[in-house]
Design a protein around this ligand. Sequence first.
Ligand code: FES
Length: 142
Amino acid sequence: MSKANIKKGGVEWVYSDQVKDHFFNPRNIVLEEKPRFKPDGMGKVGSPACGDVMKVWIKVDPKTRKITKCKWQTFGCASAIASTSMMSVMVTEKGGMTIEEAKKLTPQKILKRLHGLPPFKVHCSVLGDQAIKEAIKAYEKK
Ligand code: FES
């Protein structure tokens, strides 16, 4: 940790309040082996940078093609947890994104809502985005 991050009397967090909130209170996380609903699509990806794994499950309204549920699970770090938690909120908030809208989601949009991540942690934020894209592909193959 650089000197710039060390405060008198303690260590300053390098993470934004939004990242801390989603890390300590992850939304839509699955703590059991799998989610308690029958998913319409599942995506699983691994990070070549660190070897961590991310799984995402989605439920889609067949009439509106909106994502009604997005649950996830990971062995990844705090940044992966926070960014995937935020991603799961973004795709399901306000009635949910359509499949077409969710395909346009980018790690940059997730990072913006999180008020950024340290540069060396950006690779963690792509895991949730990649996993939901795989879940969407699986849904469309059905
Ligand atoms: Fe592996 Fe962050 S270091 S997901």
